[in-house]
Design a protein around this ligand. Structure first.
Ligand code: ATP
Ligand code: MG
Length: 415
């Protein structure tokens, strides 16, 4: 689990505020759910046979002997909340969430045990256009942030019936080739056979080229739906590649599955993954509700963006320098006055010699310094000094400080 130090947070803040803007303009509202849920929610909502539930969850008994789990992903919690509060009776829901997720994985670049996701969920939407809208929102957000080397990979997992039919064919084929599979894949043949397609094992990958294809098992209806999604992406000029091996790790997906990868990420290439999960709301006890969504990994996104230009920290407008009891008593009220007016102000509370405080003022990057000595305090005035130009200093009553600062900030600093 990783600390985000002050040098890291400006980039995170930029990503978060850009995402908020995209969601606001797409009429998507934020939902916040607890980090802790009963374990049962994830066992039912994600599936016992998945890696996430099988070996990655932080699960413990609380003091009331209930099995609790730190959320490993956001969708199950969002669906639980939507059901619990009857939101679907008010109509379809367009929701986003963000925050930390927890998975007990082997940490490496772009893979942590506490990591952060931003996710989108469109609940109550069945049409292929909603798949396209979900994808375009992710695509445009990543493009707007300036992420390079993006590729959209697309597949259809078909309906539950299609998958049941395909599962039989696949299991039969995997049984025949059992001895050629890696150990993990052998263990999955019956528990989660579709996940074998997703195996990272090179020999298994080569072997799978001969496996029956999911695309061939899709009904005509599912094929037509998949064609509509592709036509929608074409119309928006979003390039994609079909990847018949792309199966999401979570059991509740159907029809569209997609991943957005970046060629600049190395081994952990997937920045965003999502798809349709028409069965989940009902599986968790709600009304049958078609839905589509995605989740984006913040660490991987930030990793990509930090290869570019650094985000400059917000500059300070004013640094307040004071020395002597009466002056020091005036410093914080002066800083507060300016902060209330929307200016960024640091107040030196060290009581050090003026020279030392001036050095710090200069290093802080602040444009102006307000200097208060005991003489100024006695008259309730401050001396305002432009630290970045040769303009003469001004002696001002406190009440005129904000106005003078605003005027001063309009004038350019020295080159
Ligand atoms: P992977 O195959 O990389 O393990 P996943 O299929 O488990 O990904 P999802 O559950 O779909 O991932 O989560 C969506 C996104 O969240 C991923 O594409 C990735 O960007 C990010 N993510 C998932 N697990 C981690 C992790 N342990 N650390 C950092 N980011 C993660
Ligand atoms: Mg994973």
């Amino acid at each position: 689990m990783v600390d985000l130090l002050p040098e890291h947070t400006p980039l995170w803040q930029r990503v978060e505020s850009t995402a908020r803007g995209h969601f606001r303009r797409a009429a998507i509202q934020e939902i916040r759910t607890p980090l802790l849920e009963v374990t049962e929610l994830f066992a039912r909502g994600i599936g016992e046979a998945t890696d996430v539930v099988g070996k990655e969850m932080y699960t413990f008994l609380d003091r009331g002997e209930r099995s609790c789990t730190l959320r490993p992903e956001g969708t199950a919690s969002v669906v639980r909340a939507v059901i619990q509060h009857g939101l679907l009776s008010q109509g379809p829901q367009r929701l986003w969430y963000g925050g930390p997720m927890f998975r007990y994985e082997r940490p490496q670049a772009g893979r942590q045990r506490q990591f952060h996701q931003i996710g989108l969920e469109l609940l109550g939407f069945a049409d292929a256009r909603s798949d396209v809208e979900a994808i375009v929102i992710a695509w445009d957000l990543l493009a707007d942030l300036g992420v390079g080397g993006l590729a959209l990979e697309l597949n259809s997992l078909g309906s539950a019936d299609d998958r049941a039919r395909y599962r039989e064919q696949l299991v039969a084929w995997l049984e025949v080739h059992r001895h050629q599979l890696d150990a993990d894949s052998q263990a999955r043949i019956h528990a989660n056979p579709l996940r074998v397609l997703d195996s990272k094992h090179p020999d298994t990958q080569v072997l799978l080229a001969g496996a029956p294809a999911l695309a061939d098992a899709l009904s005509e209806e599912s094929q037509e739906r998949f064609a509509q999604v592709q036509a929608g992406l074409d119309a928006l000029e979003i390039p994609f590649v079909l990847n018949p091996r792309l199966v999401r790790g979570l059991d509740y997906y159907s029809h569209t599955a997609f991943e957005i990868t970046s060629s600049q990420l190395g081994a952990q290439a997937t920045v965003c993954g999502g798809g349709r999960y028409d069965g989940l709301v009902q599986q968790l006890g709600g009304p049958a509700t078609p839905a589509v969504g995605w989740a984006l990994g913040m660490e991987r996104l930030v990793l990509l963006l930090s290869q570019g230009a650094a985000v400059p920290a917000q500059p300070l407008d004013l640094y307040v320098v004071s020395r002597g009891a009466a002056a020091e008593a005036l410093a914080l009220p002066a800083a507060r006055l300016c902060r209330r007016a929307g200016l960024a102000v640091e107040c030196d509370a060290s009581g050090a010699a003026f020279g030392k405080q001036f050095k710090r003022a200069d290093r802080s990057g602040a444009r102006f310094a307000a200097v208060i000595g005991d003489a100024e305090a006695a008259e309730q005035v401050v001396v305002l000094k432009d630290l970045r130009s040769d303009r003469p200093e001004q002696r001002l009553p406190l009440a005129e400080l904000v106005g003078a600062l605003r005027a001063g900030l309009e004038a350019p600093p020295r080159a």
